[in-house]
Design a protein around this ligand. Structure first.
Ligand code: XLS
Ligand code: NI
Ligand code: NI
Length: 433
C-alpha cells in the first residue's frame, strides 16, 4: 500500500440523497437495467496517461502536480502502477487503458524501451491476478517523442515508419499479454502542418499499409480483441487524416479493412469535427464499425481538446441511447480520456472527478434505457418513414428513373409535406432525464 490516497475511502453507492462526496449517487454497479448490470453496460475505464502521467502543464506554465512517482526511474514507474491499481480498487473500476509511454520510462533506444515496457507489463500482470480491473485497451504513443514530429506511419522518413511499426508490435504484444479487449490506434501526428511539404497520396498509402500490418499481426499472435481507430479532425496537426467516422470509413474501404477495424469515438473529437457525439455514434453504428467510446468533453468556448470529465447528463443520455441502439458494447467500453484541471492538485480531486463522471454516465445510461424501453421515440421515427415500408415504397428502391416518372404521371403523385416534430421530440426526450 502507498499512502497517496490516505484517508480516502472506497467509493460505494449511497443513492441520490447521500450527502457524502465520496459516494456514488447513480452508479449502482450491480443494478440491472434492460437485463444487464450497469457495470456491464458502461464498462468504465480509467486512462493511465491523464490520471497518472500528466503533470498539469499548459503552454504557459510547467508542472503543477506534485506526485511522488514523477521521474524517469523504473522504481517510480512501479510506484505509479501501485497508486494506479489502488485507485482502480477505490473506484471499483472494471477497466483501464494505457500507452507504452505512460507506464514505462523512456529508454535511450528501441531495445531499452521494450525492456522497460516488458518489465512493467509483468508488474501489471502480477497485480491483475488479484485485481478486478482488466485492460480495456492498450496503445502506442507515437506522437510525444521528437522522432514523431512529422508523423509515425505517415512520416516522410522510412526509418520513422520502421520504428513505429516495431513499437506497435511491442504494444500489441503487451496488450495481448495483459488480455486487453481492444488495441487502439489514435492518429497522433498522422496529418500535416502544410501541404507545401506534404505528399498526401504517399502518406495515405503508408497509413493503409501500417494498419494492414497491425491487422495481420493480430491474427498472427491470436489476439482476440478488436482493433480500433480513434478519429480526430485536428490537434496536434493542423489537419489530421482520421478526421471523423465517415473519413475513417472511406479509408478502411479503400484498404479493404472495413470488416477488420472499428472506431473508438471521443466526444470532444466529435465536437472538434463539427459534429455532435451522437452523430458520430449513429454513423458508426449504421456503417457497422462502432467499437468503443472516449467519454470526455471539451470546453465549448475554447475550441480545443480540453479533455474534461463528462458532467452533462442530457448530452450523455443521447450518446448512450445510440450505444444501446447499437446493441451495447461488446469489446468496447466507456474510457474516461479526461484530465483534471491543472489547479486540481489533490488526490481527492483525482478520485472525485471519476466519481462524478461515473455518476453522470450512469444517470445518462438509465435515462437512455428508459427512452429505449418506452419506444416512443423510435415509434415516432418509424412513423416518419412508414411510406417506405409499403409495397409501393419498397418497389421504388428497385425501380429506375423512367418507370418512376411514368408512375408519377399516371398516379398523379404530388407530395404533401409533414411536420418533422422536432420540438415535440425534444420535449419527449426531456421527460426521461
Ligand atoms: C488524443 C486522444 C488520445 C487517444 C489515445 O486526443 O484522445 O488520448 O485516446 O492515444
Ligand atoms: Ni482526445
Ligand atoms: Ni481519446
Amino acid at each position: 500500500m502507498t499512502n497517496f490516497f490516505n484517508g480516502i475511502p472506497k467509493i460505494n453507492y449511497e443513492g441520490p440523497n447521500s450527502e457524502n462526496d465520496f459516494a456514488f449517487r447513480h452508479y449502482n454497479s450491480d443494478e440491472v437495467v434492460m437485463g444487464k448490470p450497469l457495470k456491464e453496460h458502461l464498462r468504465f475505464a480509467i486512462a493511465y496517461w491523464h490520471s497518472f502521467a500528466w503533470e498539469g502543464g499548459d503552454p504557459f506554465g510547467e508542472r503543477t502536480f506534485d506526485r511522488p512517482w514523477f521521474g524517469s526511474e523504473m522504481d517510480l514507474a512501479k510506484l505509479k502502477a501501485d497508486v494506479a491499481f489502488e485507485m482502480f480498487e477505490k473506484l471499483g473500476a472494471p477497466f483501464f487503458c494505457f500507452h507504452d509511454a505512460d507506464v514505462r520510462p523512456e529508454g535511450a533506444n528501441f531495445s531499452e524501451n521494450t525492456r522497460n515496457l516488458e518489465e512493467i507489463v509483468d508488474y501489471f500482470a502480477a497485480k491483475m491476478e488479484f485485481s478486478e480491473t482488466k485492460l480495456l485497451w492498450g496503445t502506442a504513443n507515437l506522437f510525444s517523442h521528437r522522432r514523431y514530429m512529422s508523423g509515425a506511419a505517415t512520416n516522410p522518413d522510412p526509418d520513422v515508419f520502421a520504428f513505429s511499426a516495431a513499437t506497435i508490435k511491442t504494444c500489441m504484444d503487451a496488450t495481448h499479454k495483459l488480455k486487453g479487449q481492444n488495441y487502439v490506434l489514435w492518429g497522433g501526428r498522422e496529418g500535416y502542418e502544410t501541404l507545401l511539404n506534404t505528399d498526401l497520396g504517399r502518406e495515405r498509402k503508408q497509413a493503409g499499409r501500417m494498419l494492414q500490418m497491425a491487422v495481420d499481426y493480430k491474427y498472427k499472435i491470436g489476439f482476440k480483441g478488436s482493433i480500433l481507430i480513434e478519429p480526430k479532425p485536428q490537434e496536434p496537426m493542423k489537419h489530421q487524416y482520421d478526421y471523423d467516422v465517415a473519413t475513417v470509413y472511406g479509408f478502411l474501404k479503400e484498404f479493404g479493412l472495413e470488416d477488420e477495424v472499428q472506431v473508438n469515438i471521443e466526444q470532444g473529437h466529435a465536437i472538434l469535427a463539427g459534429h455532435s457525439f451522437e452523430h458520430e455514434l449513429a454513423h458508426a453504428r449504421e456503417l457497422g464499425i462502432f467499437g468503443s467510446i472516449d467519454m470526455n468533453r471539451n470546453d465549448y468556448q475554447s475550441g480545443w481538446d480540453t479533455d474534461q470529465f463528462p458532467n452533462n447528463v442530457p448530452e450523455v443520455a443521447l450518446a448512450y441511447y445510440e450505444v444501446l441502439k447499437a446493441g451495447g458494447f461488446t469489446t468496447g467500453g466507456t474510457n474516461f480520456d479526461s484530465k483534471l484541471r491543472r489547479q486540481s492538485l489533490d488526490a481527492e480531486d483525482l478520485i472525485l472527478s471519476h466519481v462524478g463522471a461515473m455518476d453522470v454516465c450512469a444517470a445518462g445510461l438509465k435515462a437512455a434505457a428508459k427512452m429505449f424501453e418506452d419506444g416512443k421515440l423510435e415509434a415516432e421515427r418509424d412513423a416518419r418513414y412508414e411510406g417506405w415500408d409499403t409495397p409501393d415504397g419498397k418497389a421504388l428502391m428497385q425501380s429506375d428513373l423512367e418507370a418512376i416518372a411514368d408512375k408519377v404521371v399516371s398516379g398523379d403523385i404530388n407530395p404533401k409535406p409533414r411536420s418533422g416534430r422536432q420540438e415535440r421530440l425534444e420535449n419527449l426526450v426531456n421527460r426521461y432525464i
